[in-house]
Design a protein around this ligand. Structure first.
Ligand SMILES: Cc1cc2nc3c(=O)[nH]c(=O)nc-3n(C[C@H](O)[C@H](O)[C@H](O)COP(=O)(O)OP(=O)(O)OC[C@H]3O[C@@H](n4cnc5c(N)ncnc54)[C@H](O)[C@@H]3O)c2cc1C
Length: 369
């Protein structure tokens, strides 16, 4: 049987490891950090994932995730619109969800190498050599689920990494007064901020901002006061909520540029294959879905039923037909956000035409799987 190594243990890596281990495939997963840990993420997961997660015993029911079925959008100057979400989603922190998936995978015999950052992957003579520190690991198949931006992208000379990206993400957990079934998305100048409930009656407040805001005001706190709080909804949330961390989680250089799902025979899943703009609330569903379709094919490859060439061709076709349009739509819709005039336009569109709003939401989401 062929040996499989997954690099990166976020949702894509952990779901893939769980799926393949359950099918009797021996899998090694290498992760830079150690579980549990916090990540910058809005922590709203589209319900399109539930049937698959439940079918594999991976739905985190025991933590009572919130059930979200209404959406509120506010513009930079505080105009507001609300809409029911036909499909909706659930809320759970990545701290809890990823740890839950990690423990499930451990129980199925996945071999974890933690606190280890892979530095390079080479493909030669129909096999991979994976390098970290003084160690070299051999594998027949490598799955790249190392997220939106990794040292590996630089070492593999992936084209998107050659350009700097102006976006930064900031996340807090808070206690606040918002209905548990509502996800709100508040615009501010050159950014937007999502708030929705997760487990234990906590809420995630997570925003994306252009780095110019940070540059101009020099600190996150001052930027929040001077820029985010110009939106009266955000002002009220920042003034009346309990912030549960001393400091927020922060990441820089978030890129939405086009990537390719296969590079030098490494099969990419989740954000490593392509990242959808966060306002769509669909990145995690895409990470789970891409891990599912790749794992199904990897199992066939591992059992000798597919050649490498067939595996790569099938995966590339499936990935493009499921995700390419969605990524493109997300990039276009993001243009409506973060500006006073266009965010008002988006709110007015939502208030006046539910069919248009539904169409926009549908264009960034997939079918239930
Ligand atoms: C501001 C913001 C808000 C968001 N909000 C939402 C939301 O509400 N809903 C939603 O569905 N999506 C949201 N997303 C998107 C979502 O977070 C991602 O799409 C999702 O986390 C992708 O999962 P992944 O497994 O591909 O990557 P990740 O979860 O990022 O995991 C990648 C893993 O790889 C590891 N790694 C990286 N390099 C290496 C290496 N060289 N060696 C070993 N390990 C490595 C990292 O440590 C990490 O654990 C948001 C994103 C941002 C930036």
């Amino acid at each position: 049987m062929n040996s499989i190594v997954i690099i990166g243990g976020g949702l894509a890596g952990l779901v893939g490891a769980n799926y393949m281990a359950e099918k009797g495939i021996s899998v090694t997963l290498i992760e830079k950090k150690n579980y549990p840990f916090h990540r910058v993420c809005g922590e709203y997961i589209s319900n399109e994932t539930i049937p698959f997660l439940k079918s594999r015993g991976l739905f985190p029911e025991e933590f009572s995730p919130s059930k979200i079925n209404r959406f509120q959008l506010t513009s930079v100057n505080g105009r507001s619109a609300q809409l029911p979400l036909d499909l909706g989603g659930f809320g759970i922190s990545r701290y809890t969800f990823d740890h839950f998936l990690y423990r499930k995978a451990l129980g199925k015999g996945v071999n974890f190498i933690l606190n280890t950052e892979v530095e390079n992957i080479l493909f030669n003579d129909n096999a991979f050599s994976i390098r970290f520190g003084q160690t070299e690991l051999r594998a027949d198949l490598v799955i790249g689920s190392f997220g939106k931006r990794s040292k590996l992208d630089i070492n593999m000379k992936r084209s998107f990494i050659q350009k700097r990206s102006p976006y930064a993400g900031v996340k807090y957990h808070i206690r606040t007064d918002q209905p548990s079934d509502l996800i709100s998305l508040h615009n501010f100048k050159d950014g937007y901020c999502g708030i929705s409930q997760i487990e234990d009656n906590k809420f995630t407040l997570c925003y994306l901002t252009h780095r110019n805001n940070l540059k101009k005001y020099g600190s996150i706190k001052i930027m929040e006061e001077k820029v985010l709080c110009k939106n009266p909804f955000l002002k009220s949330i920042f003034q009346n909520s309990e912030f549960l961390y001393d400091r927020p989680e922060v990441i820089n250089e978030i890129s939405f540029a086009t990537k390719t799902p296969i590079e030098n025979h490494v099969l990419m899943t989740g954000d490593a294959a392509g990242m959808i703009t966060p306002l769509c609330g669909n990145g995690m569903a895409m990470a789970i879905h891409s891990a599912k379709i790749l794992s199904e094919l990897a199992v066939e490859f591992s059992k000798g039923k597919l050649s490498r060439e067939q595996l790569e061709k099938n995966y590339s076709q499936k990935w493009n037909s499921l995700f390419s349009r969605r990524l493109w739509a997300g990039r276009q819709i993001q243009r409506l956000f973060g500006d006073e005039w266009t965010s008002n336009l988006a709110v007015n569109l939502m208030r006046k035409s539910k069919p248009i709003a539904d169409l926009i939401i549908r264009s960034t989401h997939g079918e239930i799987f």
